[in-house]
Design a protein around this ligand. Structure first.
Ligand SMILES: Nc1ncnc2c1ncn2[C@@H]1O[C@H](COP(=O)(O)OP(=O)(O)O)[C@@H](O)[C@H]1O
Ligand SMILES: [Mg+2]
Length: 661
């Protein structure tokens, strides 16, 4: 019906029509467009047209024109669209608004500009439907898919755009429909309007759409990028939320974690002030994002606090008889030392919360210092922890690192307490004399603080950040030599010296302790392993040379493992002979000390002492021409020099008696 109407209109187009210039828009046939007209001359033409055919010629203006200025004929394109006026509204402020519908393409063959009006002699242009039907179909299909792509890429079409488009058949109408939504720039539209053949026209539209799609995609990408950078923190937040959800699903919920931590921390029996401080840390943890570095640090810190034995104490067994029994079980001999230990326990018996002196065992390696400490813990029924100070130079090893430090840890004492699982353990401070000092501070100063009963009640570890009471612990120090321990530190302690064992003592220790332990450890328990005194003596004097029994114990253990192996291999215990020892342990490492048996001129026997025990040495004197001075070679201590001088004086004093010059 409408098409028919259109046809009728097309057949009755007058030769001359009023011209309406259009700004910023090219109207195509099949388009319905509202236009605002202000120019009196144009309004005049419209009014004329309304009284006759109601048709006008729409010609696009070539460029942005000043609406106030008069439009010259040269400013207009000559190819345009004939349109019928559908409606007219007068605007109170002046001017009119019209709604026009395109009818067909036309050319202004001649523009007739008179004073009062703008008119043109029109020539209809038919779109040429060439034979390229396939091409047209192809273009239509492509155009439709492109619009879909554009939608996906983010182009905002009206809601029913695709629905309408899918129902359209006429390629020309499809083209105009798309153009009305696309609004290409005027020059581009005009170019399209001037195209002669349908396939050319559609191809142009397809190209235009592709450009549009590209720019839509770029725009979308830019938008996305912007969104991405702007919302980075927001994105992180979402990811975190997701992570939390995942964790929750896996039963690793942080919130629950913190809640659990709170419950546990609340149960700790600690001084009120300390608790307040700990709770402050906890609420900070609750406030920080659970995946931040800070949260990890705080959580670690709180876990340390949780792991400490606040208010956990073992009950002492102060029974002297029991203590004596335990000490004897673990160690042979050492009567004097055991007595001192029993004295120490007696003092604790009488003065339960008094400050007991700090014992310091000093002696050569392997004399049982460390193991005595362990025995004391056992005899008192206390837990035990050992701190080795060998090579410690950094003060933070004692006082703890500050938590801001990467990989910060509490100091050794707090670590020991955690290991001991009780706040009153026996803490063995091993190798106290090996403590060093450098630019990172003086650990022995920190040690003073730890060992001072007035200060260690509120021992402050930098990592922990809250005081911990160390005063209930019993400290036992060990050292090889007292000389390298600083004066103030030495004054705090009661020094007990272990001097080393004689060969006889070593044999007894072996018989009573070392052999049994070695047999036990090598799985020979229950077998009749016999090691003669002769062999034990050989091990002590020709395979080891020490004042303690550490190497000796190792030697016996090695021998036992060899016996075990031969037992497994042959099925029977071979009797040990002096030769088989050499086979098992290799050649002797030391020969017996060779004393100078007869008087020889210039050579004398000497005894020396080192912190590893006694030595026998040969001292040789040489007579040479000179001024009668005694020269002492080698690195000799003051005592040695003195002895030599004394010998010289003696020789001089008694020169006559001996008949020397
Ligand atoms: N008098 C002893 N009785 C029994 N075993 C001993 C004796 N003295 C030392 N030991 C043992 O010797 C080994 C080394 O002792 P340890 O305490 O480590 O020596 P230190 O700490 O003095 O260097 C330990 O196995 C210990 O049991
Ligand atoms: Mg030791």
């Amino acid at each position: 019906m409408k098409a028919l109407l259109n046809k009728k209109i097309q057949e009755n187009i007058p030769e001359v029509l009023p011209v309406i210039p259009t700004m910023d828009v090219v109207v195509f046939p099949h388009m319905i467009v509202p236009l605002l007209v202000l120019d009196e001359k144009i309004i005049q033409g419209i009014n004329e047209s309304l009284q006759q055919s109601k048709l006008v010629l729409l010609l696009a203006a070539k460029k942005q024109l000043d609406t106030q200025g008069a439009i010259g004929t040269g400013d207009l394109y000559t190819t345009g669209t004939i349109a019928s006026i559908m409606r007219l509204i007068k605007i109170p402020e002046g001017g009119i608004k019209i709604l026009v519908q395109g009818v067909c393409k036309a050319k202004a063959a001649e523009i007739i500009a008179k004073n009062e009006s703008l008119r043109a002699r029109v020539e209809r242009i038919e779109m040429q439907h060439d034979d390229q039907d396939d091409m047209v179909k192809h273009h239509v299909k492509n155009i439709k898919t492109l619009t879909e792509k554009m939608s996906i890429a983010g182009q905002a079409f009206s809601p029913d755009f695709h629905m309408i488009l899918s129902k359209m058949q006429d390629p020309e109408k499809i083209a105009d429909f798309i153009l009305s939504h696309l609004n290409p720039p005027v020059e581009k539209s005009q170019e399209l309007l001037e195209m002669d053949t349908l396939s050319e026209f559609l191809g142009g539209i397809y190209q235009e759409l592709s450009h549009e799609l590209e720019s839509v995609e770029i725009q979308e990408k830019i938008r996305n990028d912007a969104r991405e950078s702007m919302n980075k923190s927001q994105k992180e937040f979402y990811l975190r939320e997701q992570l939390r959800a995942i964790k929750k699903e896996l039963g690793e919920d942080d919130a629950e974690d913190v809640q659990e931590l709170r419950e546990k921390l609340e149960k700790l029996l600690m001084p009120e002030q300390t608790k307040a401080e700990v709770m402050r840390h906890l609420s900070r943890l609750e406030r920080t994002s659970p995946d931040s570095m800070e949260a990890a640090v705080t959580r670690n810190h709180l876990e340390w606090i949780l792991a400490l034995p606040w208010n956990v104490e073992t009950e002492d067994n102060l029974d002297i008889k029991h203590a004596k029994q335990v000490l004897d079980e673990d160690h042979y001999g050492l009567k004097e030392i055991k007595d001192r230990i029993l004295d120490f326990i007696s003092i604790r018996n009488l003065k339960k919360d008094g400050h007991t002196p700090i014992l310091c065992f000093v002696g050569p390696p392997g004399t049982g210092k460390t193991s005595l400490g362990k025995s004391i813990a056992r005899s008192l029924n206390r837990t035990y922890a050992r701190i080795s100070l060998g090579g410690v130079k950094d003060e933070a090893e004692i006082r703890g690192h500050r938590r801001t430090y990467v990989g910060a840890m509490p100091g050794r004492f707090i670590q020991a307490l955690r290991k001991a699982e009780s706040s009153n353990p026996v803490i063995i401070i091993d190798e106290l004399d090996k403590i060093g000092s450098d630019f990172r501070g003086d650990p022995s100063a920190a040690m003073l603080e730890v060992l001072d009963p007035h200060q260690n009640k509120t021992f402050y570890d930098n990592y922990l950040g809250v005081p911990f009471d160390l005063s209930k612990a019993i400290f036992i120090a060990t050292a090889n030599s007292i000389d390298t321990i600083s004066g103030p530190l030495r004054d705090r302690m009661e020094v007990i010296e272990l001097s080393g064992y004689t060969l006889e003592e070593k044999l007894s220790i072996a018989r009573q302790h070392l052999i049994n332990r070695a047999i036990e450890d090598t799985g020979l328990a229950g077998q009749k392993v016999e090691i003669s005194d002769e062999i034990l003596g050989l091990l002590a004097s020709n395979y080891t040379r020490e004042s303690g029994v550490r190497q000796y114990e190792r030697c016996i253990r090695k021998l036992c493992s060899k016996i075990a192996r031969s037992f497994v291999e042959t099925g029977k215990l071979a009797a040990l002979s002096l030769e088989s020892i050499e086979r098992y342990l290799g050649p002797r490492k030391f020969e017996d000390d060779e004393a100078v048996k007869h008087n020889m001129v210039g050579i004398a026997n000497g005894l020396a002492w080192t912190m590893y025990g006694g030595e026998m040495i040969k001292i040789e004197a040489i007579l040479m021409p000179g001024k009668g001075k005694l020269i002492l070679t080698g690195q000799l201590g003051e005592v040695m020099k003195e002895s030599a001088q004394a010998a010289m004086s003696y020789a001089r004093a008694h020169a006559k008696e001996f008949g020397i010059d």
